[in-house]
Ligand binder design. Structure first.
Ligand code: PSU
Ligand code: MN
Length: 298
């Protein structure tokens, strides 16, 4: 049921660095005409940094870790509406023949099964605002899966203080990369502190290696969006209020909430939020690659 690309297996066998990449951000987090370009670009960035990319998805009845160019095209095909698969969906989807994109939860679990300890993405899921139990499985899975995830924090559409509390409860270390404040996706600082700051990829790698000696779970490295791509505060706060209002009026719930909020940001900024989103994912993939390289050296 799990298929690992040959190139990925070869790298892992030789002890060379591999970086896992998720596919929900391609299939559901970006406009469909950007998905393939971004998917290819992220893989190129991993290679340029000296590691092997392993994009994860469920295709043709298998959990795929590492995609061929044709599979990446299949994943990003704008004419195919792929399911969004969290970890609980992987087994049923494979058994019942449903293709889909993987979230942070399912990507982390599959990366770990394949033997990949580092994974880069855009935003982690979290606790939703005014939540009646809408808490992303990303948090629990990270709490029990020994994978280091690089993200630009969590989106401001979530309840960030509650999300950080849950990460603490689950014993997930939250490190800030060159920052003391936990980032809020489109914004560099949520105003809430991280538990430790690191200024070099090698420090993040060392912290993760040490964490693994004491706990069986994962770690979050929070990397703020590059300064030049940060969304201005006023614009951000206004659009966020509109987006939350829209979700409430439409009665959107569950896993459909994030895509609706993101697409409102895209619409309301004339696409500038998409560029922000792409810039932060690219930056996270570069950092994840540096950390994967550093982990292999240790
Ligand atoms: N943040 C984004 N874009 C995304 C996601 C998060 O900016 O596409 C996706 C990630 O795959 C994350 C998932 O794992 O949303 C969380 O969804 P949920 O809250 O339904 O668990
Ligand atoms: Mn949810």
């Amino acid at each position: 049921m799990l298929r690992i690309a040959e190139e990925v297996t070869a790298a892992l066998t030789d002890g060379r660095p591999v970086v896992a990449l998720e596919s929900t951000l391609l299939a559901h987090g970006l406009p469909s005409d950007r998905a393939l370009t971004v998917g290819r670009r992220l893989e190129e960035l991993v290679r340029a940094g000296g590691a092997v990319p392993a994009t994860v998805a469920v295709l043709d009845g298998h959990a795929q870790v590492g995609l061929s160019p044709a599979q990446l095209e299949q994943l990003c095909d704008p004419d195919i509406a792929l399911a969004k698969l969290s970890l609980r969906d992987i087994g049923p989807a494979i058994a019942l023949g449903t293709d889909g994109a993987t979230t942070v939860a399912s990507t982390a679990a599959l990366a770990h099964r394949a033997g990949i300890p580092v994974f880069a993405t855009g935003g982690l899921g979290g606790v939703h605002r005014d939540s009646t139990w809408d808490v992303s499985a990303d948090l629990q899975v990270l709490g029990r899966t020994p994978v280091l995830v690089v993200s630009s924090g969590v989106k401001s559409i979530l309840d960030i203080p509650a999300t950080l509390e849950v990460l603490e409860t689950l014993s997930v270390p939250v490190l800030g990369y060159r920052t003391d404040g936990f980032p809020a996706f489109y914004r560099r600082d949520s105003g809430l502190p991280v538990s430790f700051r690191v200024d070099e990829a090698s420090q993040a790698a060392a912290a993760f290696a040490a964490h693994r000696r004491f706990d069986s779970g994962g770690m979050l490295v929070a990397n703020p969006v590059p300064v030049e791509h940060e969304m201005p505060a006023g614009e951000h706060d206004r659009i966020l209020a509109e987006a939350l209002d829209l979700v409430a009026r439409q009665g959107t719930t569950g896993k459909a909430v994030t895509p609706v909020l993101l697409s409102h940001f895209h619409y309301a900024t004339d696409g500038r939020s998409v560029r922000t989103n792409e810039a932060l994912v690219e930056s996270n993939v570069r950092l994840g690659t540096e950390i994967a390289v550093a982990l292999c050296r240790q």
